[in-house]
Design a protein around this ligand. Structure first.
Ligand code: ADP
Length: 543
């Protein structure tokens, strides 16, 4: 027997419709690429989304066509999210920090019909001349006055396109399984792989991240996603803001500590989200300048492991509740968030922080297991570690037009294999030990590079640290610690190594410390271990 409830489709259109109807006067504030702060409401935004969809249709965009964006977090990018998906096309966000050849590969693989580009990234496209010939038009996301001189062909002006269209677009009734957006994983090895999200997966993911044990996104919040809209849809925050009717604050290119602080303070930001490297800049700036953010209630950090010292700093120096999350392009991305449970309330600060260092517990909808080399599940005892596998309605079920990558990505039970190695404790909190390709194998034991990096940045004079395995005749691999000293500081290797005493097994302590001016990062802000391994491939460890 079937239930008798209405069969409303879970579409991205329904999110913006709701925001406009019930939160129409709530603001979306952006630091624009042209300079000034731009401010309007969901209602204003919706009228422009209608015009934009009209312009897309006039340019020949139809069902399922891919429309690419190379853009910062800003209101025009937000308009594209809703206009492109809302008309039944696919909003393909591209990470402008990728190498040119990767961007060309992605544009061609996705068969992008149009590319929308912020002024900043016009040179990125110019450098690809002759390599992305399938693209019919390039639309610069600005007004007539700011249109650049460019060697690109088929160039149009965003505001001119909108100016001649009507506000009321005839939005289609979409099936919730319609493809809505596309994002390629940055693939540090091999070609990037496309993950094709649907309206349904996006709406369900929005419900999940709005939950009280996740980001607790509400109409009382003013939310500034530092996570870029060009990678995994800014962790789904733009959609969740529409669902909750939250004020949205978009930082544009102003990602440095001073710009972020200024915008957060001015707009009363209560929740923010980003990768650890971004917070290093903001925290340092606020400490040096003696500034606070009294309205900022919580921050969600993920994408890479934040060191415990960062958690302490947010909570103790600035009174900001720290939430740790984990996910990946393939999982929309949020699967776990580290909110504490009721029975943990009475724990002391140190015990709470030990839980917050973990990547968190699954949100409803996500199933999770860890498996050994034999593919069999391992116990959830917080000790056993193995490959993390996940399943759920916002987890990738098949890569976009890539049978080979799809073939290797799932286990016999249909779980997606993440390539992360982790533990899960009896309370359900998952902790990443490493990415399987970064874990150091020494004398048959596994050493977690993340654990060692976390300890190293606990040293007051270490700004950033990475640990890689160096080939060793006897042990197979031994850990080398590579540190970036804090500006003006000259920490001693022996002092840093002393931090490890008694905190990790003796065999895990790095054999040596090297100092560098900076570490290489991926396009999504993670330390690029492949490059470090290459740079240090001839390194000889002390005997
Ligand atoms: P890319 O596209 O660069 O591969 P994703 O954004 O998809 O990147 O990154 C997903 C990976 O990032 C995860 O598989 C995991 O290794 C890492 N990651 C994400 N969140 C965390 C976290 N909180 N702690 C440690 N690693 C994380």
């Amino acid at each position: 027997m079937l239930g008798k409830m209405m069969d409303s489709q879970l579409t991205i259109n329904s999110l913006i419709d709701f925001a406009v109807k019930f939160h129409g006067t709530t603001e979306i504030v952006s630091r624009s690429v042209e300079g000034p702060i731009h401010r309007y409401t969901y209602a204003d935004c919706y009228r422009r989304i209608g015009r934009l969809a009209g312009a897309l249709a006039a340019l020949g965009v139809g069902d399922g066509d891919r429309v690419a964006t190379l853009a910062w977090n800003g209101y025009r990018h937000f308009e594209l999210y809703f206009a492109v998906s809302g008309m039944g096309a696919v909003c393909h966000t591209i990470n402008p920090r990728l190498f040119g050849e990767q961007i060309a590969f992605i544009v061609n693989h996705a068969k992008d019909k149009l590319v929308f580009v912020d002024l900043t990234f016009v040179p990125v496209l110019e450098a690809l001349a002759g390599r992305i010939d399938g693209v019919e038009n390039i639309i610069v996301m600005t007004d007539e006055e700011h249109m650049p001189e460019t060697s690109l062909s088929g160039v149009l002006c965003y505001e001119n396109l909108l100016a001649v269209e009507a506000e009321d677009f005839g939005w289609p009734e979409l099936d919730e399984n319609t493809a809505s957006s596309l994002c390629y994983s940055s693939g540090t090895t091999g070609n990037p792989k496309g993950v094709l999200y649907s309206h349904r997966s996006t709406v369900l993911h929005s419900f999940a991240i709005c939950g009280a044990d996740a980001m607790a996104i509400s109409a009382r919040d003013s939310i500034l996603p530092v996570v870029p809209m060009f990678h995994v849809n800014a962790w789904g925050i733009p959609y969740a803001c529409a669902m909750a009717g939250s004020k949205l604050v978009l930082p544009g290119a102003g990602m440095d500590g001073a710009s972020l602080h200024e915008l957060m303070e001015a707009e009363g930001v209560t929740l923010t989200a980003g990768v650890p490297t971004i917070w290093l800049g903001l925290l340092q700036y606020m400490k040096e300048s003696g500034l606070q953010l009294p309205e900022l209630e919580r921050t969600i950090v993920g994408g890479a492991a934040p060191p415990p010292s960062m958690i302490e700093s947010f909570e103790n120096d600035f009174g900001v509740d720290f939430l740790h999350g984990w996910g990946m392009t393939e999982t929309s991305p949020v699967c776990t968030v580290g909110a504490l449970k009721g029975n943990m309330r009475g724990l002391d600060t140190a015990a709470k922080q030990a839980i917050k260092v973990k990547q968190g517990k699954p949100l409803y909808g996500v199933d999770m297991k860890i498996v050994g080399d034999d593919g069999l599940p391992l116990p959830h005892d917080g000790e056993a570690f193995g490959e993390l596998c996940v399943k759920g309605p916002w987890v990738n079920g098949e890569y976009f037009e890539d049978a080979e990558a799809t073939g290797a990505a799932f286990d016999a039970d249909g779980f997606f294999r993440t390539g992360d190695v982790s533990t899960i404790d009896s309370d359900g909190y998952m902790q990443i030990v490493d990415r399987s390709k970064d874990v150091i194998k020494s004398g048959g034991e596994w050493i977690s590079s993340i654990e060692l990096e976390n300890l190293a940045v606990g040293h007051a004079d270490v700004a950033e640290a990475a640990v890689i395995g160096i080939v060793h005749q006897k042990w197979g691999e031994r850990p080398l610690l590579i540190c970036v000293p804090r500006e003006g500081a000259e920490p001693a290797a022996a002092d840093i190594l002393a931090l490890f005493d008694g905190k990790v097994a003796k065999m895990c302590i790095p054999d040596a410390v090297e100092f560098v001016g900076e570490l290489p990062h991926t396009a999504t802000g993670k330390i690029l271990k492949t490059k470090l391994r290459e740079d240090f491939k001839d390194y000889s460890l002390p005997a």
